[in-house]
Design a protein around this ligand. Structure first.
Ligand code: ZN
Length: 317
């Protein structure tokens, strides 16, 4: 089974309140996928014919608001990074988390098992300049470090132009604001490109992070825009998933955007949205409780044989 893993920064599962853009906006794509449900706390553990929605604990048993560096390190190493540090760390991984990622990078683990992997986000030229001096300094995101220590190539703006990569905002609008000569694409086109690229790999990762920025801005217009882009992007991906061959897993590192009454992260659970084979989903549901469970669940998905080795009883019990 192939796995398309979508990481969306700063999206938790909130309730029906006037400042939750996942509640007050219409999300026809997600509603269609989840049988008129949506990315709300009340729908945690909904299992539909096409998709399941689980809620993952992002606090990891550590006091305080969950943060990006420890949350993402937990997702991408399978180790409770917040417990390792004794606190939640925002922004970029420190030296201790770097050592953790260097040893246990998801990509390193997958490559060791013989899986073909890719991180399909593209980077701007300044990143490659700093990379030439061997990843100095500390301002690298978790996914960048996971990719670096996994020994994978990084994609550039040229790869976006050639259809081999995506920018973190999906549509290239951010790049065009920075005067890069790249075409504007729709969320649907971005999703179709990602599906096409993912077919070359066992495990393909894409990261979107305007969601966390919109949450920190606390701006309804920006939040509505992000929710609309995500709704179109996710539903197009989901519509293209062939459940016999691939699974889509979408998750986040901590809540934020789902509560615009404040600009900080939240304590809400984060989604694990699974799209694909119902028996496989049922098989992994009970093991998905917090951020550290995503890596072992990914291995289970990748090892899943389409029909061999799993009787129907095994899968349902
Ligand atoms: Zn944040």
């Amino acid at each position: 089974m192939r796995l398309l893993f979508i990481f969306i920064d700063g999206v938790g599962l909130g309730d029906r309140q006037a400042d939750n853009p996942f509640y007050y906006n219409k999300t026809p794509g997600l509603s269609g996928l989840l049988d008129d449900k949506g990315l709300l706390e009340e729908y945690i553990n909904y299992v539909g014919t096409r998709a399941s929605l689980l809620g993952l604990d992002a606090t990891l048993g550590i006091e305080g608001l969950p943060q990006s560096a420890t949350g993402q390190a937990s997702i991408f190493t399978g180790v409770n990074a917040a417990a390792l540090l004794g606190r939640h760390l925002s922004g970029f991984p420190d030296n201790l988390l770097r050592r953790l990622i260097a040893g246990k990078s998801l990509f390193k683990q997958l490559k060791a098992r013989g899986f073909r992997t890719a991180f399909v986000n593209a980077y701007r030229p300044q990143f490659f300049e700093s990379l030439r001096s061997g990843l100095p300094g500390c301002r690298y995101s978790c996914s960048t470090l996971v990719t670096y220590y996994g020994g994978l190539p990084f994609y550039s703006i040229d790869d976006i132009k050639a259809g081999r990569a995506l920018y973190m905002d999906i549509t290239n609008e951010v790049l065009r604001h920075m005067e890069f000569d790249v075409p504007l694409i729709t969320p649907e086109e971005g999703a179709q490109r990602l599906i096409r690229l993912s077919k070359n790999y066992d495990f393909c990762l894409f990261e979107y992070f305007l969601s966390d920025l919109a949450g920190h801005l606390g701006d309804h217009l920006e939040a509505d825009y992000v929710v609309s882009i995500l709704d179109r992007f996710i539903s197009t991906l989901a519509n293209q998933i062939n459940p016999d061959e691939e699974m889509l897993v979408l998750t986040s590192d901590h809540g934020n955007l789902e509560d615009l009454t404040q600009r900080d992260h939240t304590l809400n659970k984060v989604p694990a949205l699974l799209v694909g084979d119902l028996n496989l989903r049922r098989y992994i549901h009970s093991g998905l409780n917090d951020l550290t469970d995503l890596l072992p669940a990914s291995l289970t998905i990748l090892d899943w044989e389409r029909s061999a080795g799993h009787s129907v009883n095994d899968m349902i019990n």
